[in-house]
Write a protein that binds this ligand. Structure first.
Ligand code: EPU
Length: 468
């Protein structure tokens, strides 16, 4: 089985293979590698589906219902398969609906799964941590395997475990994962997160909706994916009030039913293709993208010199000509500039006239990908302590925190290995922007968050060889 096997349109791979064979041009790539001939603008239309950072969590929510749930617009990315596997292990009947991207979950017969079977999913995703509350409600116990996800910092789960303990869970750390019980059931709690963590906010929501009594969550994350999860829980019968200043108030209910919901679009994927359009001097219509959830990105895109046209069914992102301009950005929680947007944008900034600064405040180590860009001709300096250190949330000084990008620097082809999801997509953009050939290896990581990206590159007229 190849790492890219799940990409559901094999016609791309076979089409390219045929072309390459006809031309006698097979170059012996593995299915995890691509060769990009850079310098051609990306032009055309692609579609984005539901958010990778919402859909798997909506699937976990289905465990809380007494009746089946339907989730629409589900992207074909690996977290979905991990969560579907874990749900099935716990007795949830998981089926595909008729519509593309439609999944159905029947939780009528939820049951305890064998630790060894759960353990098979160790290291594959971060989503399993969100099974804690729903499994405790349904079964009185939960076993969570070791987590996976991108290596972009420590990514601890202390906020999750502290919150679960406040609800009454007893947490035991085992060599292979975490075991939880709730001897006296779960009850509402007063929780203040040390930082507005997306995952910990979801943990609290998924646990509090069926907990006895009321929960007040302060310093909550308010990302659009969180709002969409709240909408799903409300459809299920939950009572959740979002108050000003990051306060969420949840009144526990006796039971919940299933939902029917269309997942919010993937704004991170949309922003990635927008950055690709800008860096390659292209023109890309991202079907399914919406303005509201991308306002902060759109402002920065415009400041850098990109332009966009907002339509009912998507957003057209294009390079209107002229020089790109440098920007200073600090990544932040919503409604700030998302950390997931910075890596693809950095490639466009290597083409801007002047000095740009990106200060990463969400993760401690999200600039490792810049080494390869420097190898390709970029001029990016990374400062371990950030550029100023007052009121920094992340105090650990051994990590890299700020990048200064001096441009414009023409990029030239190189062989580069994908380090993490967003860094990986930025390498595709770098290859598309560079003069000559770029070989990008370890592509499997990109398919964790970008559905059918090979097919989308083809649709946008990219010149590449992929033999997967
Ligand atoms: N943190 C803690 N303790 C915790 C939880 C978080 O210290 O218990 C720290 C993290 O180490 C990090 C910060 O809080 O420094 C923010 O982490 P958060 O919990 O908000 O992130 P997450 O839920 O693990 C999700 C997305 C990320 C996205 C972040 C921020 C998913 C599956 N992942 O991660 O997406 O960057 O929120 O918006 O939803 C990506 O898509 O490439 C990606 C990494």
């Amino acid at each position: 089985m190849t790492q890219l096997e799940h990409q559901d349109d094999n016609s791309e791979a076979s089409g390219l293979k045929k072309d390459a064979q006809k031309a006698g041009a097979r170059v012996g790539l593995t299915s995890d590698e691509i060769i990009i001939n850079g310098g051609r603008p990306l032009m055309g239309r692609i579609e984005v589906r539901g958010a990778k950072n919402l859909a798997p969590k909506a699937m976990v929510a289905a465990l809380l219902g007494k009746t089946p749930s339907v989730l629409r617009n589900v992207p074909n990315v690996s977290d979905i398969r991990v969560v579907a596997g874990l749900l099935a292990l716990h007795g949830v009947l998981v089926t595909r609906g008729e519509e593309p991207g439609e999944w159905r979950f029947d939780p009528s017969n939820v049951e305890i799964a064998h630790h060894a079977d759960i353990d098979a999913h160790a290291g594959s995703s971060r989503i399993p941590i969100l099974f804690c509350g729903p499994l405790l409600h349904r079964l009185g116990e939960a076993f969570i395997p070791d987590l996976g996800g991108c290596r972009i910092g420590d990514r601890p789960i202390d906020f999750h475990l502290d919150a679960l303990r406040k609800f009454g869970a007893v947490v035991e750390k085992l060599p292979s994962g975490i075991s939880l019980t709730a001897p006296n059931g779960l009850h509402g709690a007063n929780i203040e997160l040390p930082y507005p963590s997306v995952g910990a906010t979801e943990q609290v929501l998924l646990t509090s909706v069926l907990a006895k009594g009321q929960t007040e969550l302060r310093n909550a994350a308010i990302e659009p994916e969180i709002t969409d999860l709240i909408c799903i829980l409300q459809k299920m019968g939950a009572i959740i009030t979002v108050e000003p200043n990051r306060v969420i108030f949840i009144e526990g209910v006796e039971e919940l039913r299933g939902y029917d919901h269309r997942a919010l679009f993937d704004r991170n994927e949309a922003a990635s293709w927008a950055s690709a359009a800008l860096a390659t001097k292209g023109d890309v219509f991202v079907g399914g993208a919406r303005q509201e959830e991308m306002m902060t990105f759109l402002n920065v895109f415009r400041k850098v010199g990109g332009d966009f046209d907002i339509q009912d069914d998507g957003i057209r992102f294009f390079h209107p000509g002229g020089e790109l301009k440098p920007v200073t950005i600090e990544t932040d929680v919503h409604p700030g500039f998302m950390t997931d947007w910075q890596q693809p944008l950095v490639v466009a900034l290597t083409q801007a006239e002047g000095v740009s600064t990106i200060h990463e405040t969400v993760y401690e180590n999200r600039f490792g990908f810049t080494d390869a860009l420097n190898k390709m001709g970029a001029n990016i300096e990374v400062f371990r302590d950030g550029l100023h250190d007052e009121n920094r949330r992340v105090k650990r000084r051994e990590f890299e925190q700020a990048a200064v990008i001096s441009g414009p620097t023409p990029l030239k082809g190189a062989e580069i290995e994908v380090p993490d999801l967003r860094g990986g997509f930025s390498y595709l953009i770098a290859g598309l922007t560079a003069e000559g050939q770029t070989k990008v290896t370890n592509l499997g990581i990109i398919s964790r968050g970008y559905e059918n990206f090979i097919e989308k590159l083809r649709l946008l007229g990219a010149d590449f060889v992929f033999e997967g």
